[in-house]
Design a protein around this ligand. Sequence first.
Ligand code: 13P
Ligand code: SF4
Length: 321
Amino acid sequence: MSASAALYQRVQRVIPPMEWPVFVPDIDAILSLKRQRRAVILAHNYMTPEIFHCVSDVVGDSLLLAREAQRVDADVIVMAGVHFMAETAKLMNPDRTVLIPDLRAGCSLAESITAADVRLLRQRYPGLPVVTYVNTSAEVKAESDICCTSGNARRVVESLGVPEVIMIPDRYLAANVARETGVRIISWAGSCEVHERFTPAQIRELRAENPGVVVLAHPECPPDVVDEADFAGSTAAMADYVTDRQPGRVVLITECSMADNIAVLHPKVSFVRPCNLCPHMKRITLPGLRRALETLTHEVTIDPAVADRARLAVERMLAVG
Ligand code: 13P
Ligand code: SF4
């Protein structure tokens, strides 16, 4: 069997046979360019299946991508994800080339706050530690005490051992973590444009239409949506839930591609699929990845003075475990 036929066997449940031939030339080119360039592709769980399953070397949530960015043995790292993820990979690899295929792959949370905003918050609430979601720019991380992801937010906040913290910029993640930990949280008015669109009424409707469905929600969803779910966790925690418990029918209250990627691995689980796309994640395509490897663009750079301080906040997070 040819290499591309073997790859297609893997994704055939989510990529129609008519579409596959369009992907094959780019997949072949990317696999060969990766060898030539000694490059690896780190891919977030929201990538489309032809990227996630056919060309990526490491796949996972933001926490895993940050950890693995520290460990990879390669000359070039290509981020199949959004800009803040590429910046985090660069923070962990100042001497390696880190590429993002499309500079427009941003994030509504990262856009919602600046370094000057963080300095003002510190003036307004002196002495409170600043916990910053990784979905932020390196400049914002540099003004922070410690970073967190949705996978470790609770542990990071609890590790500080204080009754009150500043947690930016996602107001919903902050509200969800405040409820879990009992720690008072000063937050910011940022939100994820994908997760804020889910509503409790939508979840109740999904349950009515799909009796017995298990509902898994991302903690960037508003708390009243999380209240309607059976479980809330990072994209990796949702994937683990499906792997460990094999629910008969499940719905992932998160970005659209995630269900496709997990469905490939769990043929016995039936997925209900409301579809909220992240327009930023969807900027990353196979032709874009191929171009990035051919031309070594777009290289991510960070002012070294900013990078040193931002790296400290990420390293403190990774040390929490
Ligand atoms: P995870 O860290 O859970 O993968 O989330 C990242 C993200 O951007 C969710 O919208
Ligand atoms: Fe940002 Fe939301 Fe897109 Fe994740 S899904 S990258 S938080 S806009």
